[in-house]
Ligand binder design. Structure first.
Ligand SMILES: [Zn+2]
Length: 72
């Protein structure tokens, strides 16, 4: 993976798609890689699909934000 100073992990796209889009995706991906906290307990939730999450601890399945549970 190519990491650049300006757009971090989105450097893998090279010069394509424009700086704004690449900066956005780098921010999103860095959020996604963090542990996602379940909204019911303190467990770690996993994203099954867009906006669908399941907690590993309480095994609840719930709808939520599309990309990350940590963002307010
Ligand atoms: Zn939970």
């Amino acid at each position: 993976m190519v990491k650049t100073k300006k757009v971090k992990a989105a450097g893998r796209f090279g010069v394509r798609y424009g700086r704004k889009v690449r900066t956005k995706i780098a921010d999103l991906e860095s959020l996604q890689r963090k542990k996602q906290k379940c909204i019911f307990c303190d467990g770690v939730a996993k994203r099954l699909s867009k906006g669908i999450w399941r907690c590993k601890k309480c095994s609840k399945k719930f709808a939520g934000p599309t990309f990350t549970l940590n963002k307010e």
